[in-house]
Design a protein around this ligand. Structure first.
Ligand code: RBF
Length: 340
């Protein structure tokens, strides 16, 4: 009887050990499967918002050996993006598709109707109500207001080459609701908080890569009386910067720290912290912490919008007469004393 009990006990222990290790393997396999597709709607080179999203995904993957990242650059033909992403999703390889830009919500919404288990995280977009999609929009009104205010302060500063006109230049790749409803109104209202007479002289390139056309348009804007220019033009923005250098104009630049590309010409850079946001939302997805179906807005308050004020190329090149006033105003925006 004792022998029988002993055998029974040993059997129970071995079976439960086997079961436990089976479960463990199963758990590990599930976690192992955490695979992320970073879908770049354009190209990485020359597009800081895209590079930063990808950098964030790569940095996140380094924290966990079982996370796999694949980056896919879809190129500039917007008409092909949906079919490209559909083919990638159809492989059923990815737990999460991470992508960015306002036009991706509609594309992901369409694809999610065919592939009902696919989850999509989209930054720089606003879309509610699809349980497979979560979006994170940057408050670009805020960033643009800050840059517009600085542009106007520069345009009224009496700096070298300033003609004291009422025009501010803006070179755009493309018009879309985010540009017309947030970026341009924010920029204009920021400028008009300095002087209500400011207007925006905007020109459209028509794509995200033609630096020569961007250069031509910028030169034409400067010849029409603008001394301070801003731009949303992806890899074409190098043309804007070069024209400003050649024609002694100034630039305020959104979404990235690019002071070193033209010190003394680029006098202010706004921040859209895609990298930090990508890390945070992938971490949330990894921990099953996403509010699927919802749309979040990121702002100066949540820390994902900002301004690069610590760079010596900012401090050394923007005269302290403007800098001090601008930074003390910005501080009040950060603390919430002034609301944009
Ligand atoms: N931004 C870039 O830096 N490079 C691009 O190639 C690019 N392509 C875009 C294509 C479309 C259809 C849209 C709507 C936006 C694109 N953006 C691009 C803009 C970017 O996602 C973001 O909206 C702006 O930088 C404003 O924050």
């Amino acid at each position: 009887m004792k022998k029988f009990l002993l055998i029974l006990l040993i059997s129970i222990i071995s079976i439960s050990t086997l079961l436990a290790s089976g479960n463990k393997e199963e758990n590990e396999k599930q976690v192992d499967d955490f695979s992320v597709l970073v879908f770049i709607s354009g190209n990485l080179v020359g597009s800081p918002p895209y590079q930063k999203l990808n950098d964030g995904a790569i940095e996140f993957s380094k924290k966990y050996p079982n996370v796999k990242i694949k980056t896919y650059e879809a190129g500039y033909n917007q008409a092909e993006w949906e079919s490209q992403l559909t083919s990638l999703v159809a492989t059923n390889e990815y737990d999460i598709v991470l992508t960015t830009n306002p036009s991706l919500s509609e594309i992901c919404d369409n694809i999610s109707k065919k592939f009902v288990n696919q989850k999509f995280l989209i930054t720089d977009a606003y879309f509610e109500g699809n349980p497979n999609i979560a979006t994170y929009e940057f408050n670009q009104y805020q960033q643009s207001y800050i840059l517009g205010k600085l542009a106007a302060m520069i345009a009224r500063s009496g700096l070298d080459n300033i003609r004291n006109t009422n025009k501010l230049g803006f070179v755009l790749s493309q018009e879309y609701p985010l540009i017309n409803e947030q970026i341009l109104p924010g920029y204009l209202n920021g400028a008009r908080s300095v002087d209500p007479n400011f207007t925006i002289d905007k020109r459209i390139i028509g794509n995200w890569y033609d630096a020569d056309k961007a250069n031509e348009l910028t030169t034409s804007i400067i010849n029409s009386g603008s001394d301070v220019i801003s731009t949303i033009s992806g890899s074409a923005s190098i043309g804007v910067i070069n024209s400003a250098k050649e024609n002694n104009a100034y630039i305020v630049f959104p979404n990235d720290n690019v002071y070193s590309q033209a010190p003394g010409v680029i006098l202010g850079c706004g921040a859209m912290n895609q990298k930090e946001l990508a890390i945070k939302i992938l971490e949330d997805a990894y921990n099953s912490n996403i509010n699927w179906g919802t749309a979040e807005i990121e702002s100066i308050e949540s820390g994902y919008i900002g301004f690069y004020s610590d760079d010596p190329l900012f401090t050394d090149n923007l005269p302290s007469s403007i800098r001090d006033e601008f930074l003390s105003w910005l501080e009040k925006v950060k603390t919430g004393e002034i609301q944009i």
